[in-house]
Design a protein around this ligand. Sequence first.
Ligand code: PEP
Ligand code: MG
Length: 540
Amino acid sequence: MELALRGVSAAPGVAFGRAVVLDRVGAGAATIIPASERARELDRALQALNVVASELEDIVSGLRGAGRNSDADIVETGVLISGDPELAARVEALVMSSGRPAPEALREAADESAQKLTLLADPVLAERADDVRSLGRRAAARANGFRPGTISGVLIASTLGPADVAELGMRAKGVALAGGGVTAHAAIVARSLGVPMVVGLGADALDVVDGEEVVLDGDGGVLVRHPEAGRIAAARVEAERRHSARQDAVANRLEPAQTKDGRPLRVLANASSVTEVIEALEQGAEGVGLLRTELSFLDAPAWPSFAEQASFLGLVLAPLTGRIATVRLLDFGGDKTPPFMSGATGRGIELQLESPDALKTQLAAIVDTGTEVKLRILIPMVTNPKQVRAVRETLATVLGGRPSPQVGAMIETPEAARRASEIANECDFLSIGTNDLTQLVLGLDREESKSAPVTNARVLRLIDATVRAGNAAGIPVDVCGEAGSDAIAMPILVGLGVDELSVAAARVGEVRSWVRGLDYAACREISAKLLLDQPADAAG
Ligand code: PEP
Ligand code: MG
C-alpha cells in the first residue's frame, strides 16, 4: 500500500529512486571516551573539521569555475564557520571534559552554535543556523569515515545545508527533509540545480528504510513510500520530460517568444532569490515579472530594515541590469505571516499601509537599489484604487528628484477585478495573480486550485474584465500566477489578450516554447467561445 507523507514543495520536479537516509544516530552515541584517549579523539574531531573546510573550498572553486558565483558565496559561509574558534572550543570542551566521541562532539557543538544563532534577532544570522548544523553533520560523517561522492538516489535527512545540496544535488535525484524551510539556502540551491525538493515532512520521513524505493513529488510536496507501478512509471516519464525540456530551453533561449501568427508575448520570471533569476535568464526570460520579497523575511522579528532589504535587493537585481525587474511590495499575511505579525488579519498592501514607515522604508530600498534595471513596483492584494494612490504618494517622497519607476497593481482579489478599470487608471501595468484570485473567487484550497479552476466561468470573466480594463487604459496586463505555466490555462489566457506571462524560473523556457507553438487567432476563438458558453449567471 502506498504511504504518502505530506510536506511543502521547495523545488519542483518529480524523482523516483532508492532512499538514502542520512542522519542516523552514530553507533557511538552513548560511548564515553576514557580520559587517556581524549586528546587523540579531539585530534580526530579537529581533523574532520579541516577536511570539511577543504572540501567546501573545492566546492566553492568548482561553483565559481562554473560561473555559479552566488551559489559559491553561499557555500563559502561554511568555510568561515568551519574556522570559527568558538565552534572548535565547544568541540574541545565536549571531547576533553565530557568524553564525547568525535562525531557526536562535532554534531552537538554545531547544534549548540546553531541554537545560539536562532535566538538572535537578526533573521539573516538566524538563517545561518542550518548552515552550521549542516557543517557539524558533514564533519561528523567524515569523523565516522564517510566519504562523499557515493550517493545517488532520493536523499532523506532531517535538514541539509546549502553545501550538502550543492555537492550531493548533482548526483541525488531529489531531496526530502523532515524539517527545513522553502526559503532556506538549501532550497535555493536545489531550485537552481533543478533538483526536486520537499521540506517539512516531519519526523516520519526519517522512518524510511535505506534503499527503499520512493517517489518524491517536488511540485505537490509529497514523499510516497511503497509507490505503485503506475506512479513510478509516471515519475520516470516526468523526470525525463523535464530534463529534455530544460536542455531545449537553454538551447532555444534566443528564439523569440511569439505565436505562429506573429503575436509577441513577453515571458518574465517569478523569483525570490538570485539563483532563480540566473536560471530564468539562462532559459531566455526577458526579466522578472514578480519578485516575491516577503519570502526572505518570513522569520523577521519586525518589519525588515532599509539595510536588510537593500542587501537582499542588491543581490537579486544585480543580474538584471537593463532588464525589467518587477519588485513586489512585501505580501505578508495569510500563510506568509512572520512572527511579529501573528494575529494580523489583513494581507499585502493593507498591512503595509497600516505601517506607513515600513512602506516608505521598502520603497526607498527598492528605488535606491533599482537604478540599473527597468524598475517596476508591484502592489499585492489590492482591493481599491485608493491604495495605489497612497503608494504613489509615499513613493514620491523617496524619489529625491529621480524618475518614478512604473507602478502596477496585482489583480488577485475579486474586489480588485471588479474595480479593474478604476485601478488601471492609476497604474502603469496590471498583474493578475491567478493563485489567490482563483482561491478567493471559488473558495477553494489554494494548493488544489493551481491550474484547471482558472478556466472556471467566474474566474475567466474576471480575468477578461481585467484585460479589457488594461487595454482601455493603454497599459500591459501580465499574469503572474501559476496558471501562466499551466498547459491548459495558458493558451486561454493568451486568447483573452494578456501581454505578459510571468512564470517560475525553471518553467521559463518551456513556456516560451509553448508560445511559439500557439496560434493567437485560434486561442482568441477558444477563449471567446469559453466565455460565451458560460451560463449567464456565471459572472459571480
Ligand atoms: C498569486 O496570487 O497568483 C500570486 C502570484 O501571488 P502569490 O502566489 O505570491 O500569493
Ligand atoms: Mg497572491
